[in-house]
Each structure stands twice: as C-alpha cells, then as structure tokens.
Design a protein around this ligand. Structure first.
Ligand SMILES: CC(=O)SCCNC(=O)CCNC(=O)[C@H](O)C(C)(C)COP(=O)(O)OP(=O)(O)OC[C@H]1O[C@@H](n2cnc3c(N)ncnc32)[C@H](O)[C@@H]1OP(=O)(O)O
Length: 435
C-alpha cells in the first residue's frame, strides 16, 4: 500500500467509522451537520473504495473515495475510477496527505483494471499537478423568461405533465432516459451504483435555498415518454415592478429535438418567473442553437470533468479517433513512470483492432477509428505530458490549442494538426451531474 507521510498511515476505512469520515468531511468543506439531510440523503460511499490517512493516535486526518464508473469516451466507453470525497483536516493541510492519497488512488485504480480516473475539482488549481487534465467545460445559461426558440416540428403536439419529483414514481424513468438521451456524448456517466440515483433525487429542505420542492416535467408522445426536466422555482416579490421569480433547472434529458423544444418552451414560460437558470450544459447543447437571440442569455463557462490517464496504452486504445492517425507521442508522466516514453498510436483502417478491452462499447453507428497503441523506439512526432493527453482525451480540448500555450511540442511538420483532428470529436464532452 502507498506510504503516507511520516507519522501517518494509510488505511481502508470500515463502515463502522462512518461518523468519523462524515465529521472529517464537514471540517474539510466547512459544512454543518443537519439531521434532516442525513435522514433523507443516502450515504453513497463505497466502503471498499474509501481510504483514509490517520495519525498515530487513530484520528482520521484525510479521506478519499471513488466509484467505478463507465465513462463515455469518443466512440466507446471505458472503466473509470471517479475520485470523490477528497478532504484533509484543515489543521493537517499542506503536509502531503493529498499527494499520498492520490498515489493510493492511482495504485488501487490500476489494480482494479480502471485505466482512467475522472473527477470534479473543488478548486481548479488542485489536480493538474497530479496529471489530471481539464477535459471538458460546461455552460450555464441564464435566460430571460419568454426567450424565443426556433421552431421544431412536432414539439407542440407532445404532451407535458408536471409532477413533484419522487424517486419511487420517477427514478426508473429518469435513469432510462438519462442513459438513452446522452450515453454517446463523451464525458457522460451513468449514475451507478443505484444509491447515486437516489441521492440525485433527494430533496431535503436545506438544499432548496428557499425554492420549492423538486419538480419534474415529463414529455410524452402518443406511445412513450420522450424526455424530462428536473427543476424548482424560487418566488420573489421584492420588486415593485412585480414578481421576479427564478426557475432553476437541474437536468434536462430528451430523446429528440421535439421533446427538447417542448421542455424548454415550458421552462421558459412559467408564470411569476422572470429568469431561467440552465443546468450544466455541454457547450454545444441544443438550447444554444434553439435560442433566437442567444445574446440575451448570459453564459458562464467553467471546467467540468478532469481526466487522468492511468494506464496510457489501454486508455488511448479504448476510444476512437475522428480521423486516421499514425503518430509517435513522447509522453512525460512524473507520477506514473510506466506511461512515460514513446508510444505509437496508429488507427487501423480495417477497424478490426484496438477496440477497448475494458469498456462496454457504446452504440455509436461505427463512427471513428479504433487505434493500436504500442511502445516504440521510433522518433517522436509530438512531445506531450500525460496531463495534456487527459485534457484532449474526451475530444473537447485541442492539442493544437495546447501547443500554442507551449504545452505540446511538435517535432514533425503537420503532426500536430493531424493528431489534433484525430483526437477531436464532433460532440462536445460534458458530465451533467457532479459526483
Ligand atoms: C475530487 C474532489 O473530491 S475535490 C474536493 C477537494 N477537497 C477540498 O477542496 C476540501 C478542502 N481542501 C482540502 O481538503 C485540502 O486542502 C486539499 C485536499 C485540497 C489539499 O490537501 P493537502 O493535503 O493540503 O495537499 P498536499 O499537502 O498533498 O499538497 C500537494 C500540493 O498541492 C498544492 N495544493 C493543495 N491544495 C491546493 C489548492 N486548493 N489550490 C492550489 N494548490 C493546492 C499544495 O500547495 C502542494 O503544492 P506543492 O507540491 O507545490 O508543495
């Protein structure tokens, strides 16, 4: 097991120490215990994957956990260790505890056959040093009520019903549509294990910030459900001009453009509301194209998933490439030396080799080229750190853009543009929920 700094030891935490883990988490994140929250929000920690650092007297000083996810990558999916619950007691910060926990996480993820790790970063400056690359952005739009949408045939004919969101009534519907609507978008992650689905619909009063309970709008055609939106409204009567409520949308999933249009038409025209806040959207989300006047929508872009390639040849072989590719990468990786060195990445025009061995293949219509990834002594075409490969892995970050910042170096003319095109993908990556 990875060595903790002097005077500390790394342990796997048993569930019997749950209260200590939760207290540490509250200390790290400045949270207050709330019995109502604890009563309705399920504990989603996987205790086989919950690790801590304790000092000699047994006090827990740092904790981290992970989930085994299937992460959608361009043209496929890969087993992924979703790192979460990272926290260090404020009085034990900056002594190397996170650094030791990351080494533990890497060792254990590799031992479990998870070639990739992904996370949402609490602060953007934390994880790059460990080889995580910022691999996706999300867009949050604030749209005025009544914003016009371009027309979509069939939208008006769809039935929409509004209900209070409830796990027993809507859990299966949400899970199925969440998967069917977006599982070919790189960055998409299913909410497994099941407790993560329950947590997604948990609705304690303390999480509402004064808004109403969680609502769901469900759109159907004559035969089946085509989409849903989860949202809450927050009333406001403080303006002399009249009510100025806000619609806070937390998730929209739809199977087709008509259902997408129907849902947003409803959300953008609710009485007593003046503002509609979108959930985390992909930067190419349909709403951006539907808005007649996108300038009227204030947008904020921020980092979404961070990706770390743990087993580089397996990870690079687990995705597809948008164009044929034949490149030698000189990779640096200070934390995982097995990844360092030269790698020949070559797509196979016959499409018969290089598909993921660790992944469930996603139905994608066969777009893109699988690749073989082998160690080589051939001269390098590009030099790149594993962090930049993680950033480019989901197809949303251009290697050429990273090169313009000096983070990728080209040794053979043309290799940079060709490799950037191959690593890119027509669908922007995003994970629409935070784990
Ligand atoms: C995936 C998730 O769960 S994200 C949640 C992360 N958790 C939090 O933000 C909760 C509050 N913060 C904390 O618990 C801790 O401060 C942590 C986890 C961010 C850092 O833990 P530490 O044990 O202090 O980190 P450690 O001592 O190993 O520091 C390693 C390096 O990262 C740097 N670093 C640590 N935290 C930060 C930060 N927030 N911003 C920038 N740099 C940081 C340190 O300065 C150090 O740099 P150096 O190698 O150049 O000296």
């Amino acid at each position: 097991m990875t060595r903790a700094p002097h005077a500390y030891r790394t342990i796997q935490v048993p569930e019997s120490r749950r209260d200590e883990v939760f207290e540490l988490d509250r200390l790290a994140f400045a949270l207050t215990a709330d019995p109502e929250v604890d009563a309705v929000v399920p504990d989603t920690l996987d205790w086989d994957r919950t690790m801590a650092v304790e000092q000699a007297d047994g006090q827990l000083c740092a904790v981290h956990a992970s989930h085994r996810f299937s992460l959608a990558v361009p043209g496929s999916a890969v087993a992924c260790a979703g790192l979460t619950w990272v926290g260090v007691r404020p009085d034990h910060r900056r002594r190397g505890l996170l650094t030791s926990m990351i080494a533990t996480h890497f060792d254990r993820s590799l031992a479990r056959g998870e070639p990739v790790s992904a996370l949402f970063a609490a602060e953007a400056g934390i994880y790059g040093r460990f080889g995580y690359g910022s691999a996706a952005d999300n867009l949050r739009l604030t749209v005025p009520r009544g914003a016009a949408l371009r027309p979509v045939a069939g939208s008006a004919e769809l039935d929409l019903r509004l209900e209070s969101a409830d796990e027993a009534a809507h859990g299966a519907l949400i899970h199925d549509l969440h998967e069917a609507a977006a599982s070919t978008r790189p960055g998409w992650i299913a909410r497994t294990p099941t407790l993560l689905r329950s947590r997604h619909l948990a609705d304690p009063r303390a999480w509402r910030d004064g808004a109403e309970q969680l609502r769901i709008a469900v759109v159907s055609d004559a035969s089946e459900v085509r989409g849903y939106a989860l949202f809450r409204r927050k009333e406001s009567w403080s303006s002399p001009a009249g009510p100025t409520g806000t619609v806070r949308v937390s998730e929209v999933a739809a199977l087709d453009p008509a259902a997408t249009h129907r849902l947003w038409s409803f959300l953008l025209d609710l009485d007593l509301m003046t503002t509609v806040e979108s959930p985390m959207l992909a930067t190419d989300d349909a709403l951006v194209s539907l808005l007649v006047n996108a300038r009227a929508a204030a947008g904020r872009v921020s980092d979404n998933l961070w990706v770390r390639l743990l087993d580089l040849p397996v990870a690079l072989g687990a995705r597809r490439y948008a164009t044929p590719l034949d490149v030698v990468l000189e990779v640096t990786d200070s934390a995982l030396p097995a990844n360092a060195g030269r790698w020949h990445v070559r797509t196979d025009p016959s499409g018969t080799s290089g598909t993921a061995v660790t992944a469930d293949t996603v139905a994608d219509g066969g777009f893109g080229h699988p690749a073989e990834v082998r160690a080589t002594d051939a001269p390098a075409d590009l030099t790149v750190d594993v962090r930049e490969l993680g950033a480019a892995y989901l197809g949303g970050r251009s290697l050429a853009a990273l090169a313009s910042a000096g983070l990728v170096v080209e040794h053979r003319a043309g290799a940079l543009l060709r490799t950037s095109a191959a690593f890119g993908w027509p669908v922007a990556p995003v994970c629409g929920w935070v784990f």
